[in-house]
Design a protein around this ligand. Structure first.
Ligand code: PSU
Ligand code: MN
Length: 304
């Protein structure tokens, strides 16, 4: 039996030294952002972490091997190759067949946790899709966070999803959702949604303190940190609402279902907004990477 996954030398050295590490997902790069901006973004997210003194652990499955921490060629591959979109259930299949895959929030969190990485930055979390009461389309991101002790920093979930149902499911799954300097759940491109949160924190140190309390009192679940894009950087709400309804109608008309739904909607929205949604997407992702770096630093301080 060979090693089931490989932690890069850089990431394992950081973990052994108790230095801060932040996990980054690869589906956002492969399926969530258009080429060639996706490759620039993947490199930039890593650079933001390094500049903050944090080791990046970009996660993907390459040639059957789950990798926690990629080298420059691995980062290039997730941006340029047509990789399968891999959630947790796909990992054993990819491993056994030697295939490659870009990991979703669920699969990234799972692999991060196997490696001992506790903080993860992404753009938006997957959630409950609209119409899920008929389709049962709910992202495994939610059920995975119920059993995976990883703190995920996101700008909430996209308004293409059923946000209310997503928050209800996170409650059922006993995954805490804390707003970062807000009491309103953000909706990805927009600073706010219509949904209030029970809890808000003011600092990265408070998030790390919640992680420690959860280790002592929880059942091994993760934490969702909802980090809104600053209002002056959000997408114009009027254009947002128009493009969103066009996208949902187009997905419906094209009969898109299953794991193709999220990439279809994202691609449609970038085109229909003439790239404006893309700039907001990149801004909010950078913002999340920066906050995740601060949380990982606070976490590492307390773990010493
Ligand atoms: N939300 C985004 N961008 C993304 C995704 C979600 O704003 O790229 C990706 C993430 O990788 C997430 C996945 O884990 O989509 C959820 O897909 P699904 O709904 O098929 O579980
Ligand atoms: Mn789905």
């Amino acid at each position: 039996m060979t090693t089931p996954f490989i932690v890069s030398t850089e990431v394992s050295a950081a973990l052994a030294a108790g230095s801060p590490v932040v996990a980054l997902e690869s589906t956002i790069i492969s399926h969530g952002l258009p080429r060639p901006r996706n490759h620039e973004a993947a490199k930039e997210f890593e650079r933001i972490l390094r500049d903050a003194g944090v080791t990046p652990a970009t996660i993907a499955v390459l040639d059957g091997v789950p990798r926690i921490g990629l080298d420059a060629d691995g980062v290039r591959r997730i941006a340029e190759e047509d990789l399968a979109k891999a959630s947790v259930r796909d990992l054993p299949v990819l491993a056994a067949t030697g295939a490659s895959g870009a990991t979703t929030v669920a699969a990234t969190a799972h692999l991060a946790s196997l490696a001992g990485v506790r903080v993860f930055a992404t753009g938006g979390l997957g959630g409950v899709h609209r119409g899920a009461s008929h389709t049962f389309d709910e992202s495994a991101d939610l059920s995975t966070l119920a059993v995976t002790p990883v703190t995920v920093v996101s700008a909430g979930v996209k308004s293409v999803l059923d946000i209310a149902a997503t928050l209800e499911r996170l409650e059922t799954l006993s995954v805490p959702v804390v707003g970062f300097r807000t009491t309103v759940f953000p909706s990805f491109w927009l600073t706010e949604s219509a949904h209030e949160l029970d809890w808000s924190v003011d600092s990265a140190a408070q998030v790390a303190a919640i992680m420690r309390s959860q280790d002592a009192l929880g059942h091994g679940q993760g934490i969702v940190v909802a980090n809104p894009i600053p209002r002056e950087q959000q997408w114009d709400p009027t254009e947002h609402d128009r493009v969103l309804s066009e996208a949902l109608a187009a997905a419906d008309a094209a009969g898109i279902h299953g794991k193709a739904v999220t990439p279809f909607l994202l691609g449609f929205i970038v085109t229909a907004s003439e790239g404006r949604s893309l700039e907001v997407n990149l801004d909010l992702a950078r913002n999340n990477v920066r906050l995740a770096a601060e949380i990982a630093i606070e976490w590492a301080l307390g773990a010493r």
